[in-house]
Design a protein around this ligand. Sequence first.
Ligand SMILES: *Cc1c(COP(=O)(O)O)cnc(C)c1O
Length: 388
Amino acid sequence: MTRARAEIDLAALRRNLGRVREVAQSAAVMAVVKADAYGHGMGPVARAARAAGAQWLGVALPSEALALRSMGDEGRILAWLWAPSDPALEGCVRAGVDLSVSSRWALAEVAEAARRSERAARIQVKIDTGLSRNGVTLSDLPSLLDDVVAAQGAGLVEVEAIWSHLADGDLPGSDTVPKQLQRYLEAVALAGSRGIHPRLRHLANSGATFAFPECRFDLVRVGIAMYGLTPSPQLGSAAELGLEPVMTLRARLSNVKAVGAGTSVSYGGTWTATAPTVLGLVPVGYADGVPRAAGGRVDVAIAGRRCPAVGRIAMDQFVVDLGPGGGQHGDDVFLFGPGRHGEATADEWAELIDTIGYEVVTRVGSRVPREYVGDSDTPQGDNGTDES
Ligand SMILES: *Cc1c(COP(=O)(O)O)cnc(C)c1O
């Protein structure tokens, strides 16, 4: 085994999607695989998600959608974020990728790409119902709809969906969700009054899929729940939601040494041993996605025992206090995962360092190889789940 790896349990991912489908009931599922599948690896995750019944894949960027096509995915894909003159836009139209449209310039670019491709582009009109990011406001919607009607009449676009995104989908009882829902329905009605009746309506992310049944409509866009982390602690822990973390970040001790009381550790010497102890060196650092803010706050599991990270996290490495019992170079270190080896979850790390589980897993760097276990294509017993 290498110095470190991120193990991705595709069987857990399929179970999480099964759980999401059960909660989503009749709504179809879009598996959100942007940002390299939140750090889990886009190709294997996309294949597993399709196998588990995801009718849609969702990505932010047109280039991510084209990457899915070049991996052989032929299903429905939505891409929703780009800046003017994105070089991948026309390829998306040619490859039958749905493109989200929030403004007149974006519609004009998609229509132009459709004209050059001699094929109608599938668009999904995004409404800003209160998040104030992408999406067209209700006041700008009528003029965008004028353009949509014209482009549709010219055979350049087909409106597949009208959709929006929630600010507080993960906060049960939030009063912004009903307000956004109402604006969303107004937008759908306005489009209908112009003769635009899209096949799909969608509004819910993972949080809203669990917390706001009235937002599920025809399709739910699910990222974090599929990866087995909670959308927000207020909604409950992943375990309470019936989800299992998919990623285990593990490493091996690369140095172990006994030190005396008074020994300071790492840059700035922010931690000093108060008694004789044994220190272990974990050869991953913030370049690998271990947040620098984790120094002195998180712990790792070694042989089932929690050992605190002490001193500052460096770019490539950090130090843990093994205690007088010590350990051996080469020992397995579990940073975060589902807890099978006594380790904390990414959600627990997130709480300790003031972020969200999304960021903890998405940050795991490209220097850390991803290793896949539980792939349904891999014969049983050949999944690399050994303890080496
Ligand atoms: C990332 C994203 C999602 C997925 O959100 P989760 O909270 O991970 O389920 C859904 N919709 C949009 C527009 C997104 O950007």
